[in-house]
Design a protein around this ligand. Sequence first.
Ligand SMILES: Cc1ncc(COP(=O)(O)O)c(C=O)c1O
Length: 364
Amino acid sequence: MGEVTARLEDLPIRDDLRGMTPYGAPQVPLPIALNVNENTHPVPQEVADDIVDSIARALREVNRYPDREFTELREGFADYLGHGLTREQVWAANGSNEVLQHVLQAFAGPGRTAFGFAPTYSMYPLLARATGADWIAGHRAADYTVSAQSAAEQVADAAPDVVFLCAPNNPTGTPLGLDVIEAVYDATDGVVVVDEAYFEFAPREERSALTLLAGRERLVVSRTMSKAFAFAGARVGYLAADPAVIDALRLVRLPYHLSALTQAAASAALRHAPTMLRMVDDIVQQRDRISATLEALGYTPHDSWTNFVLFGDVDDPAATWRALYDRGVLIRDVGIPHHLRVTAGTEAESTAFLEALASIDSQA
Ligand SMILES: Cc1ncc(COP(=O)(O)O)c(C=O)c1O
């Protein structure tokens, strides 16, 4: 016992899962971890205290199943999102990954297709394939933007069942205009998911895709508490859409998928939204400082409306990644030739990254 006796390929696993590799951002306990676009600021103490109180209250009734409809939490999200949304238009799950999985389970699945403009969030193809759907990769311009016309043409050609528009895009940071969303919506009969995981880091005056929801029953706007809200470990994501879409998601979710403790924690955090979001301006400042310094060091940072920066003109990304690792700094090699991606951390973390990178350059 205890010995490994079988390999994955020896098991009667689904044929369409053979040869796939799981999501695998390296998990290593380095002092400066800027590799998975977390918010590296801890939850403020006064909010943490209220969250702990709320969890303690929920714990007294944890012998019972939680509210299957997570009514209070959906109301909290509707209030936070604004735009006149009500709880009937809101859904939530354990991270926006699960929210997106619900969408794919309901609207993609075997014999169907999901589409996104590569390079984009690496979980989209994995989530799509896990539901049995095929993934179709569209393309972007050299600067990673995509125009309304090109997007609409590509989507019309591919005729997918679900389209992912990551706005702004991960791993490139690229903004996406509302005109692109409108054009894509008009070019398909499928469900259009606008993933606004990083929306809070965009310029304040920018309009969300939430403003396009009215009259577009196939449009879905997803968000997460993992980034701006500094809540990645709690696993809470959500979306807004037509109530009929929400009904479709009820068909595929597991009953009681959001635990009473998760609901209590997320509702408490939402009550403190302004405090939770206090660090966003600081992160945006660090992001812009990182971009400016990278440029001064001779790299090519891409325009970013997120909490991270993708930068090009890296001669040997694997070597640079390793040299940073050896200096206690973890960033991400996202597999784009001559590029690396770094999350904007606190001022001290961002400085540590920039100094480590500069020290490598001076040795090269
Ligand atoms: C574009 C995008 N969408 C969704 C997610 C998933 O976030 P979570 O499942 O933590 O809500 C991420 C995480 O990095 C992301 O980059």
